[in-house]
Design a protein around this ligand. Structure first.
Ligand code: M6R
Length: 632
């Protein structure tokens, strides 16, 4: 959460900073600010609320500065008011800092600084940083200085004092040709231009300027000057680092004819599912081809050898995808699998078991809780299983992220950049990866026959066209239906078996973008309490797909109907029994139960989107949320 940018070069810094912040606004939008160095002074402009407020302020100011930093905030410490907006400065306004993350020891540092006479003007954790840097700066210019720069040294000494996960960018009025950045468990990438250099929390802010990038690792800092970029560790030792070329499709980061990114991303699902399947299904394989493998995930044998258990760590929508993954891994590959919230796991980890594969699932690859939980497992498991390094695997949509730096094996979901805060296409591609992983394991462990694997693969290949069909046939209907729920205050979502996580996901989509209270339950649990919530004002959305629990879900839906609830069914196309049961139908192709989550989630995404859009809400940037949750 929070996005930071920085620029040093030959162009007007504020233009570059604002354009960069626009691309990072998905990370937080409570307030925004920039600071530049011009004629030996720091110039700072900040505004509460969305970025356009800052842009309006900046348009009224002439500022030709060529160096600056910017920030878009998701408030953690201190309310989203202008005085808490970044950049933060020292008392004499010589140093300005933007930060993404949390300085965990800020209370101690604050006390210490107060005792030395400093006054604090904000409630933020960040304010300690410019004050410390200013203290470490020389009081007067120093001759024959050996270190690359006193400014770098001051930042270096400061980051050694900070605890927590953070990325910072710093400028100083006394060093107008230096921009210093540092990274500790929060993302930061440097962009290399011709005589100009950039930094940002995420690459979308860099790609319109350059594809040559260097992602800092934890414990690294860099000094950007008009002459180039030098990388150091936190002890001040120079490191040899080289930029890489970013593979990027800028078309994906534009909204085109769609009203919101979320709707565009829902419509991209047939394409990204196809891409993901093409990446991992071996087109040369069939049930008779014994010499080949059906799935090409590139996982080493050592990852799977003697596997007895899988534990999956994730948050939010990725946690829901992991629940579907558990079902697949257990039912197809026969491996006991547990799914944990990363944030819970960290503080009550289960006893260690050997021969366990730990999978971290995070679309952004930056979720602080998931990264920290995986790091804990890496440490706990080192040396446990004498034959192996800890078995860690990541599933992510950002293979250049912190996750990829932490785990030795990564599976890319190939969804393309997702801008809408509500995850849609990254969710379905996470599911596709789980199908591939479960089939890969099933094949290698011989828990499924080749013909059954082929049957599932044939079904998977039909999914993109089936998603297209749902989108074509339902968009208008769902939009109309949404109109009727504009004023509804509570929703219940029901599913069973492999579609229970889809009920959870449908409820999460609705609540996060429409602010309507929604709960997902396993359909069979309703009568154990939640059914007391039902009356004519609480619509119930039930997922009733053909298979082992179809009749059960229909019975559970009838129980809700008997309590006057309006029933909406995600059901197979042309199913007379479903048509009799439900008041409103969201039909999807009748695929086998195992594959149905990929289809049943699509109408729920559309429903959530259209209800939120009808309510006139900011679908892509819902209140209080951020796309990438880089704080604990
Ligand atoms: O990047 P991650 O997958 O780790 O993010 C986890 C959650 O923060 C995320 O899924 C969140 O719940 C989304 N807003 C859901 O739409």
């Amino acid at each position: 959460m929070c996005g930071i940018v920085g620029y040093i070069g030959t162009q007007t810094a504020t233009d570059i900073l604002i354009a960069g912040l626009e691309k990072l606004e998905y990370r937080g939008y409570d307030s925004a600010g920039v600071a530049t160095v011009l004629e030996g002074e720091i110039h700072r402009v900040r505004a509460k609320g969305k970025l356009y407020n800052l842009r309006e302020k900046l348009e009224r100011i002439e500022n030709p500065a060529r160096i600056g930093i910017g920030h878009t905030r998701w408030a953690t410490h201190g309310k989203p008011e202008e005085h808490n907006a970044h950049p933060h400065v020292d008392t004499k306004m010589r140093v300005a800092v933007v930060q993404n993350g949390i300085i965990e020891n800020y209370r101690d540092l604050r006390e210490e600084l107060k005792q030395r006479g400093h006054e604090f003007l904000t409630e933020t954790d960040t304010e300690v940083i410019p004050l410390l840097i200013a203290e470490f700066l020389p009081k007067a210019p120093t001759d024959n200085y050996q270190y690359p720069s006193p400014f770098l040294e001051a930042v270096c000494k400061t980051v050694q004092r900070l605890k927590g996960a953070f990325a910072i960018a710093v400028i100083c009025a006394d060093y107008p040709d230096e921009l210093i950045v540092a990274r500790q468990q929060a993302p930061l990438t440097i962009g290399f231009g011709q005589g100009e250099f950039f930094c940002a929390s995420d690459t979308p802010a860099l790609v319109s300027h350059t594809r040559a990038v260097l992602t800092l690792e934890n414990g690294e800092m860099a000094r950007l000057t008009p002459m180039g970029v030098e990388v150091y560790d936190f002890q001040g030792h120079r490191l040899k680092k080289f930029p890489r070329t970013l593979d990027w499709n800028p078309v994906l980061a534009e909204k085109h004819e769609f009203r919101h990114f979320m709707l565009k991303e829902i419509y991209e699902q047939p394409g990204v599912v196809r891409t993901c399947l093409e990446a991992y299904l071996n087109s040369d394989w069939n049930a008779q081809a014994n010499d080949k493998q059906p799935i090409q995930l590139g996982m080493p044998d050592s990852l799977y050898e003697n596997l007895e258990q899988i534990q999956i760590l994730a948050c939010g929508t990725s946690w829901h995808a992991s629940l579907v993954g558990k079902y697949l891994l257990e039912q197809l590959a026969g491996i006991p699998t547990v799914v944990q919230y990363s944030s819970e796991f960290r503080y009550a980890p289960p006893p260690l078991t050997t021969n366990t594969l730990t999978i971290g699932v995070t679309q952004s690859g930056e979720t602080a809780d998931t990264i920290a939980a995986l790091e804990m497992e890496r440490q706990r498991r080192t040396g446990l299983d004498s034959a192996y390094q800890p078995r860690l695997l990541g599933i992510t949509n950002r293979p250049e992220s912190s996750l990829a730096q932490l785990v030795p094996q990564v599976i890319h979901t190939h969804a393309g950049i997702e801008i809408g805060v509500a995850a849609t296409k990254t969710f379905v591609t996470q599911l596709i990866v789980f199908y591939c992983l479960a089939l890969d394991l099933a094949y290698r462990r011989q828990t499924l026959s080749a013909s059954r694997i082929e049957e599932i693969i044939v079904g998977l290949r039909q999914l993109p066209a089936q998603i297209e069909l749902i989108l074509e046939s339902q968009e208008n209907y769902v939009e109309e239906l949404a109109h009727q729920f504009q004023e509804t205050q509570d929703f219940i979502f029901l599913g069973r078996g492999i579609n229970f996580p889809i009920a959870l996901e449908g409820a999460l989509k609705l609540k996060e973008i429409s602010y309507i209270h929604a709960e997902g339950y396993p359909a069979g649990e309703m009568k154990h309490g939640p059914i007391a919530l039902l009356d004519a004002k609480v619509p119930v959305v039930a997922i009733a797909m053909p298979g082992s629990v179809y009749e059960k879900v229909l019975s559970n839906a009838q129980e809700a109907k008997a309590r006057d609830a309006r029933l909406i069914g995600v059901v197979p196309i042309n199913d007379p029994e479903a048509a009799q049961t439900f008041d409103d139908l969201l039909p999807v192709p009748a695929v086998e139960e195992l594959l149905s989550p990929i289809l049943s989630v699509i109408p729920l995404q559309l429903l959530a989107y259209h209800i939120a859009a009808r309510r006139g809400l900011d679908v892509d940037q819902p209140r209080n949320l951020a796309k990438s949750v880089t704080v604990e």
